[in-house]
Design a protein. Structure first.
Length: 104
């Protein structure tokens, strides 16, 4: 008489068990991610060879917004010839003149 209810209760138990297992996997993945992020931060800071005081000052400047942090938006290459010539120091037209004088 209550077979349908029993089946539904069993299905609820199975779903709860799967949810609990998924939550455990999620927590484990989050812990792995947090550990990997911390390791990467330590590696990056170690590569800079800064003293703890210098790291603290750098973090204070960043938190106060006084330190420019590179983002995907401002990592673009200069597109004008003027910007390129100012970066590299000389014009590309000089290269063309030099190659014309060379014998191969």
């Amino acid at each position: 008489m209550f077979e349908k209810l029993d089946k539904l209760r069993e299905e609820v138990r199975r779903c709860e068990k799967r949810r609990d297992e998924a939550n455990e996997r999620l927590k484990a993945a989050q812990a792995k991610l947090k550990e990997a992020e911390a390791s990467q931060i330590l590696s990056d800071v170690g590569a800079l060879k800064l003293s703890p005081e210098e790291v603290a000052k750098l973090l204070q400047l960043a938190a106060a917004g006084q330190l420019s942090v590179p983002t995907a938006e401002n990592k673009t290459e200069p597109t004008t010839t003027e910007a390129k010539s100012s970066i590299y120091g000389d014009d590309d037209s000089d290269d063309k003149e030099e190659s014309e004088d060379e014998d191969y």
